[in-house]
Design a protein. Structure first.
Length: 270
């Protein structure tokens, strides 16, 4: 195998040892050959990857041929800088940003990889499911659903536009209900999005060509929405898509970013 891998999974983590172990267990069940994992930890105390359960999953991954690199990224300089740091550590053709509170069901990584290779767009992603809302069916919020027919086209998606209203597709268990609607189809279904949180696979060169997460220097340390801003820029130049069914399950743990007063896409122009 060459030094440049086809696929690497980039996991930013902070003060979530139990959740990280669950996230790594989901990766350990993926059948895609040869992918690697890079962890960047910003915990105040011991790194989350040193917890026994997380360390056990790191060994499982390594034994299956998926090496895990660990990194400490301190002091904290914001979420965007954390994502930029991970991108600097990676050299793969495709990079999956996976949050440390998301579990992937078996087959998810293969489905995402197949989709981005076939579609040739800037990113594809699985919206995370909040399964505690499984019985909360929201037809009004699903009304914005629209499939991509063929390769996703570049789109300028901005706050206040009709396309921006697609964000409701990813509320609560809406991704589960959308997945159920296409479950009998022979392969994945691509659809139009405003953005996707928690599980997004980028074409690395396309992400880098739009600046990656280099805009972190323009943001205050406390911010959110950095993943949204990066996706808006990639989508405007190369297109992007959500993929169904989604295999990404949100662990529904309390946020580690309580101050969400600064949205990156408001502070920095998409």
């Amino acid at each position: 195998m060459s030094d440049t891998r086809e696929l690497e999974v980039l996991v930013p983590t902070c003060d979530r040892p139990a959740e990280l172990a669950v996230t790594l267990s989901g990766l350990a069940a993926q059948a895609v050959p040869g992918f690697a994992v890079i962890l960047s930890d910003q915990s105040e105390g011991e790194p989350a990857y040193e917890a026994p359960a997380a360390r056990a999953m790191i060994r499982v991954l390594a034994r299956a041929g998926h090496p895990v690199r660990v990194s400490r990224n301190l002091p904290r300089r914001g979420l965007a800088q954390q994502r930029a740091h991970l991108l600097e550590l990676s050299s793969a053709r495709y990079v999956l940003y996976l949050d440390d509170d998301v579990w992937l069901e078996p087959g998810t990584l293969a489905r995402l990889h197949s989709a981005i290779v076939e579609l040739g767009c800037g990113f594809v992603g699985n919206a995370v499911q909040g399964l505690s809302y499984l019985d909360d069916y929201r037809p009004d919020e699903l009304a914005r659903f629209e499939e991509w027919r063929g390769r996703p086209e570049p789109e300028q998606v901005l706050p206040g536009t009709a396309q921006w209203q697609r964000w409701t597709l990813h509320n609560a268990a809406n991704p589960t209900h959308l997945s159920d609607a296409v479950a009998r189809r022979p392969k994945w279904t691509a659809y139009k999005v405003a953005w996707i949180g928690g599980c997004v696979l980028f074409d690395r060169e396309m992400l880098a060509s739009t600046g990656g997460f280099g805009f972190w220097r323009e943001l205050p340390e406390t911010h959110c929405g950095e993943d949204v801003l990066a996706q808006l820029r990639v989508m405007a130049k190369y297109g992007g898509a959500g993929i169904l069914p989604t295999g990404a399950v949100h662990l529904e743990s309390p946020t580690t970013v309580p101050d969400r007063s600064v949205e990156a896409y408001d502070a920095v122009s998409p």
